[in-house]
Design a binder for this molecule. Structure first.
Ligand SMILES: *Cc1c(COP(=O)(O)O)cnc(C)c1O
Ligand code: SF4
Length: 337
């Protein structure tokens, strides 16, 4: 696939500029993909409930002219989102709103989530976050300080997980400040960053960012979020290789999504390609039952059948753990037959 001059110019810009130019109008995305909007089940209401947002870098991985593209399905607001599904709610996991007030979510032993931005570079239609309009949330300096203090005062915490939103949307100065503060806390062994940016906006992986990460005396783990091998284009691969070369551990989590990756061959290829570029498959999540996402659901029975086939054809370390979030449970729950 050859790039247009427009694309080449776009990808020469810095990540903030690229982010500012993400597709937010459905018609623009359709034009770029050579699709006729009237041939697609687009819903303006769905787009109003949760805005469309797609960086060009991610759109460039889609197949032009394919209305069923598995990447397009992850981001296009469609009428299915308005359908009613029993058991779906606005807060399926039950703790996000509280966490976004304090910045801390301490649910599992030994590790806490530190959430200090609510925004993302991309809006994934299946995300539980779609029903919380906290996109502009940023912890104030005071709130951040209080969050750090609470981690400092709890020696049972060994790992701090930057989550969000997407923590790599914080600028370098804020990230540096945050990592430096956590580095002061003796009982913290590791810092983990959960981010989709290396996949959807690989320009974020600058030499300066890599420098910030490698200068931390605590181990840094980066957990990516990639659902389909097509998301791994040249720019993404280059970003992963740069991180890997500097000793950063790369893991991946995916969500099992109907019409995207609910196929053994697709899951196998994803694992193979991730590993080829230095990323270890970690989790495959069952969908959280958030309102508007029911059409993405894969049943547990189907998921287990898929996993059997994946396990039969891949080396053990290429098989992600199938997990689900259970409100009130002490950890993510392994889904087993
Ligand atoms: C997923 C998650 C973690 C991390 O769990 P791991 O199994 O260690 O990856 C921590 N806290 C919360 C609230 C989570 O949802
Ligand atoms: S990047 Fe992650 S948190 Fe952000 S919308 Fe997508 S799934 Fe949700």
């Amino acid at each position: 696939m050859t790039e247009s001059t427009h694309e080449t110019t776009h990808f020469c810009q810095n990540w903030q500029q690229q982010l500012a130019q993400a597709f937010t109008h459905i018609d623009d995305l359709c034009r770029y993909l050579d699709l006729n909007p009237s041939d697609l089940p687009i819903s303006a209401t769905a787009a109003q409930q949760f805005a469309m947002r797609v960086p060009l870098s991610f759109a460039a991985c889609m197949e032009k002219g394919n209305p069923f593209d598995p990447l397009l399905r992850q981001v296009l607001p469609i009428t299915d989102e308005l359908a009613f599904y029993a058991g779906y709610s606005n807060d399926p996991v039950g703790d996000l709103p509280a966490a976004t007030q304090t910045g801390i979510l301490h649910k599992y032993q030994g590790r806490v989530l530190l959430i200090n931005t609510g925004s993302c570079a991309i809006n994934c239609r299946y995300c539980f976050r779609r029903n919380f309009p906290y996109a502009d949330l940023q912890l104030s300096k005071q709130q951040e300080h209080a969050a750090i203090l609470s981690i400092q005062n709890d020696p049972s915490i060994q790992e701090v997980i930057f989550s969000g939103g997407d923590p790599l949307l914080l600028n370098d100065a804020r990230l540096t400040r945050l990592i430096e503060q956590i580095n002061q806390i003796d009982h913290i062994k590791r810092i983990r960053i959960h981010s989709r940016l290396p996949i959807v906006l690989p320009a974020r992986i600058t030499p300066e960012l890599i420098n910030i990460l490698t200068q931390s005396p605590k181990q840094i783990i980066l957990v990516l979020h990639c659902n389909h091998a097509n998301e791994l284009n040249e720019r993404v691969i280059t970003a992963c290789q740069a991180l890997k070369k500097h000793g950063i551990t790369l893991l991946n989590q995916s969500v099992l999504l109907k019409g995207v990756n609910d196929d053994a061959a697709v899951l196998c290829e994803l694992s193979e390609r991730l590993f080829q570029h230095g990323v270890i498959p970690y989790y495959l999540h069952l969908l959280d039952k958030a309102t508007g996402t029911g059409h993405f659901a894969v049943s547990e029975t189907e998921a287990l059948l898929l996993m059997e086939r994946v396990q039969a054809s891949l080396s053990g370390y290429l098989v992600p753990k199938l997990v689900k979030e259970v409100a009130g449970a002490e950890s993510k729950r392994y889904v087993v037959g």
